[in-house]
Ligand binder design. Structure first.
Ligand code: NAP
Ligand code: FE
Length: 375
């Protein structure tokens, strides 16, 4: 099978990188819609840095700050309407995966008319507003992917718009913006990135290029686990700036991986935990990831060994224990839920994207073992 590696996003990184590269906004347009959540863009200082950079270039801007976690389809249409009304010719997304994903859908919907029933079709006119992305979490990698993941009530899950049209033109990585993240969001987002690196290596589309990045990301993420545990025990106030930079680097790397490979069964299964049980996205993956790797190890021990060794884990149990230490008490699931969620996951494209054959029955069992099983 031939392999493909494509990443059109310019990545600018480093402390104060927005101010130092303000001129790069001018290449995107003359009027920007800045898309954020309610709070984080402001408290991190990222919004102010973007506003100053735009003003320094004589770029008009308006702020749309109504994106909530796990953004909805109506939110994407609402923001696109705001972009049109303002006459925006580009979008600046600031926040975690939720504002970035919503902004990417808005960039598409502001440039062309797509009815809700065609939103996930993948067949679009070759038009979208350019996007600049500023992550304030270190997890999703959305700043370098062609995906916008929206809550899809009709399908009772989360569904991706996947099109090269919404690759951000530029991503600004400044780890200072992640320093205000509390412990729980830090862990959940870190584990989302870990899950991207692991699932990227379990994808049929994995290549030497994506594997290199996945292993480097896994190594970097695992290197922060001791500091996260010390923080959890209350022995420190949080992570150092260097550790925040490591996590942001690792999450963007893992984003570069899934831009090539897509995600696989763990994300497919995690979506139901988020949709029905309101478990945070990264945490949902983390609850399932260890058990899924143990299952995968039975089918493809070499591949799983190479994943684990990149993170310095000797076997799937050590890996699962490390995650469990960070995630704390697990949510539980009842058998009817496990059956329903497994059937929903089986319908997603992610399943065919994995190298490990995974049936609905396998997933039902993994849900039960991962959430209710004895250690
Ligand atoms: P998020 O939903 O964007 O944000 C979670 C919470 O953290 C929000 O309350 C947010 O506040 C807050 N927050 C963000 N940055 C903060 C900071 N620096 N300090 C303090 N609080 C902060 O979380 P996420 O995990 O980054 O994104 C999850 C979403 O991304 C899911 O919808 C998932 O499906 C999607 N995702 C996308 C991709 C992709 O390739 N596109 C990949 C994986 C996951 P505000 O609301 O105020 O911003
Ligand atoms: Fe994810």
């Amino acid at each position: 099978m031939s392999k493909n590696y494509y990443l059109p996003t310019r990545v600018v990184s480093g402390i104060d990188c927005i101010r130092e590269n303000a001129g790069r906004f001018a290449a995107l347009g003359k009027a920007a819609l800045i898309v954020t959540g309610g709070r984080s863009a402001k408290i991190t200082g990222a919004l102010q840095d973007v506003e100053e950079a735009l003003a320094s270039q004589g770029i008009r801007y308006a702020v749309y700050d109504k994106v909530t976690a796990n953004p909805t389809i109506p939110c994407a249409y609402d923001g696109a309407e705001a972009a049109r009304a303002f006459g925006a010719d580009f979008i600046v997304a600031i926040g975690g995966g939720s504002p970035m994903d919503a902004a990417k859908a808005m960039a598409l919907l502001a440039a062309q008319t797509i009815s809700p029933d065609k939103l996930f079709s993948g067949s679009y006119l070759p038009e979208a507003l350019p996007i600049a992305a500023v992550p304030t979490t270190a997890g999703t990698g959305s700043e370098v992917t062609q995906y916008s993941i929206l809550t899809n009530d009709a399908a009772e899950t989360k569904t991706s718009i996947a099109t090269e049209l919404i690759f951000p033109a530029i991503a600004f990585l400044d780890a200072r913006y992640t320093e205000s993240l509390p412990f729980e969001t830090t862990v959940n987002t870190t584990i989302d990135a870990l899950s991207h690196a692991v699932e990227g290596m379990l994808s049929v589309r994995a290549s030497t290029f994506s594997d290199l990045q996945a292993k480097r990301s896994l190594h970097a993420i695992a290197s922060t686990f001791p500091a996260l545990l010390i923080w959890k025990r209350g022995e420190t106030q949080g992570l150092s700036r260097a550790q925040r930079e490591t996590l942001l680097f690792a999450s963007t790397l893992a984003g570069m991986v899934i831009a090539q490979t897509g995600t696989t069964a763990v994300h497919a299964m995690g979506y139901s935990l988020t949709y029905f049980k309101h478990v945070d996205h990264g945490r949902a993956n983390g609850l399932l990831l260890g058990r899924y790797l143990a299952f995968a190890a039975e089918k493809n021990p070499e591949r799983v060994a190479s994943i684990l060794s990149a993170g310095g884990f000797s076997n799937p149990d050590v890996f699962t224990d490390s995650l469990e230490n960070l995630l704390g008490k697990r949510e539980s699931i009842d058998p009817e839920e496990a059956e329903k969620y497994a059937k929903l996951a089986a319908k997603t494209k992610n399943i065919a994207n994995g190298i490990i054959p995974t049936t609905t029955e396998d997933m039902r069992q993994i849900y039960l073992d991962a959430l209710n099983g004895n250690k």
